[in-house]
Design a protein around this ligand. Structure first.
Ligand code: NOJ
Length: 530
């Protein structure tokens, strides 16, 4: 008994001193609430692979990588990606290793509806997601399911995709199938991922599938139909599922924070315009009291369209009925945010070009501060104060909506020692604690990404994973990076310990802290019994 007491005392001492070190400079207020959700995000085309198995149809990305392979930086594709269609149990095991409580994944529209329309449902696709969702639930992980993360069925793209207003019906029908099949277990639905990026790259500047180049018209039409389609999916849920399923439905929007480049009135206005053209174009119609697009954007596009000799605005106005239909159609804001921009008025972009673009309509330009740590993605530098500013701006502008951070992360080269990502997560999560202290209603945080994946036109040249995926290995073996070990520690301790310095090559070491706690508890129990 004396021996046990001795071990107990020693273990208590070790555990206490370890936790004292961990929280030495942090007050109790600098910790995440016990019910704050932590998780990670992925998307179907970026991780699943299995592009043509079990009856799946062709998506616009399957089509792009076959018809224009050189469009992808390393000529790669998502045919296999991280092979998660087959490796999903390992993915869920990784979430457990992290101690994550939530997972955001997306459902592949052409896996469920190979031809896009709801008259032909692929049962094997339904079976796959049923097995996957069951496995999540069995592991106590809350599913956040994105309905659409950019892998449109090619058949629908042939009809104009997001520029065809019919897509509001197509998407509504698809959403209904998802509610019917998975809504008994999925209680958080994310309708459509990042309309700004999808419309800008897919229908504006032709960088993503379906490679349409129409930055002044296709871009706005795409956004308009995404707002209507989100509203349709939301209203279908309200009318036919909410009473029985008791879940929530919301849209995923993205924005960086914007600083004026100088204190000139022009630059201050330019920074406000940046937020109006990137964030408020999609937020105001859903989250503002009055609905509709921001008036500044309506006026600017109308003026530019008139100057270009067009008879109507390229930003097609909503009818009053549509404004009401869209307003309020998100139970929460799912926010993806990565970086900040410094914005200035560029008067040479007067908006009168014959080939119009939404960038010219905004007539502003952006850059980033060289002192902000750079990632592998040219658009992404670490600047956590901007994250705080964005969250407070959303709280103040939209009456403090419930927010989930559904993507946030940093790209690197391959390798397990990812200190850039470690710093990024610590600083962004610290900014998030500041935003919570300021009263922002943020309920959860999802790191992008759980694992390395197909970064769209950049292929596998930019890695975002907490877990490294060996893309040369047929098994697509996953290995935790240092950032995974740090994230795990934050999730379990609820505080950010800048001194914690795990070695990703010492996998036993990664579990030392929990092992010591388990040993301490075990010995304590033995002592009590004795
Ligand atoms: C946003 C997108 O939703 C995701 O698909 C992408 O990989 C990340 N940003 C990083 O670029």
């Amino acid at each position: 008994m004396a021996r046990f007491s001795c071990i107990f005392a020693l273990c208590c001492l070790l555990t206490a001193s370890a936790s004292n070190i961990r929280i030495k400079s942090l007050s109790a207020a600098r910790s995440f609430p016990a019910n704050f959700g932590f998780g990670a995000s992925t998307a179907s085309y970026q991780i699943e692979g299995a592009w043509d198995v079990d009856g799946k149809g062709i998506s616009i990305w399957d089509y792009l990588v076959r018809t224009d392979p050189n469009h992808i930086a390393d000529n790669s594709n998502g045919d296999i990606a991280a092979n998660s269609y087959y490796n999903y149990k390992r993915d869920i095991e990784m979430l457990k290793e992290l101690g994550a409580t939530h997972y955001r994944f997306s459902i592949s529209w052409p896996r469920i509806l190979p031809l896009g329309r709801s008259n032909y449902v692929n049962q094997r696709g339904i079976d796959h997601y049923n097995a996957f969702i069951d496995e999540l639930i069995a592991n106590d992980i809350v599913p956040f399911a994105t309905m659409y993360h950019w892998d449109l069925p090619q058949t629908l793209s042939e009809l104009g995709g997001w520029t065809n207003e019919e897509i509001v019906d197509w998407f509504g029908d698809y959403a209904r199938i998802l509610y019917q099949n998975f809504g008994d277990r999925v209680k958080h639905w994310l309708t459509i991922n990042e309309p700004y990026i999808h419309c800008n790259f897919g229908y504006g500047y032709g960088r993503h599938a379906p490679l349409i180049q129409s930055p002044g018209e296709g871009y706005y039409e795409c956004g308009r139909h995404i707002l209507l389609a989100n509203a349709r999916a939301y209203r279908i849920y309200n009318e036919d599922f909410r009473n029985t399923q008791n879940g929530q439905v919301g849209i995923v929007l993205s924005s960086d924070w914007a600083y004026p480049a100088s204190d000139s009135a022009d630059d201050i206005q330019a920074a406000e315009d940046y937020l109006a053209f990137h964030l408020r174009l999609y937020m105001d119609p859903i989250f503002s009291a009055q609905g509709n697009y921001p008036q500044t954007v309506i006026d600017r596009v109308q003026a530019a369209s008139t100057a270009q000799g067009l008879t109507a605005s390229r930003l097609r106005p909503f009818t009053q009925e549509q404004i009401e239909y869209i307003r309020g159609t998100s139970d929460f804001l799912a926010l993806n945010t990565y970086s900040s921009k410094i914005v200035y008025r560029n008067s040479s972009l007067t908006g009168t070009f014959v080939v119009p673009s939404h960038n010219d309509d905004a007539f502003l330009d952006t850059y980033m501060d060289d002192s902000w740590p750079a990632s592998e993605s040219p658009w992404l530098r670490e600047h956590a104060p901007g994250f705080y500013n964005l969250l407070v701006y959303i709280k103040d502008t939209y009456n403090n909506p419930t927010v989930y951070i559904t993507e946030n992360g940093f790209s690197s080269t391959p390798g397990l020692h990812d200190d850039g990502r470690v710093n990024y997560y610590r600083n962004y999560l610290s900014a998030l604690l500041d935003a919570l202290a300021e009263g922002c209603d943020v309920r959860g945080y999802f790191a992008w990404s759980l694992m390395d994946n197909f970064e769209w036109a950049m292929g596998y040249t930019q890695r975002f994973g907490l877990y490294q995926v060996d893309m040369e290995d047929p098994q697509r073996t996953r290995t935790p990076r240092k950032s995974a070990l740090v994230y795990k520690e934050i999730i379990s301790s609820r505080v950010i310990d800048y001194d914690y310095n795990p070695d990703p090559y010492d996998t036993d070491g990664a579990f030392t802290v929990s092992a010591s706690i388990i040993m301490t508890l075990g010995v304590a129990v033995i002592n009590m019994v004795l």
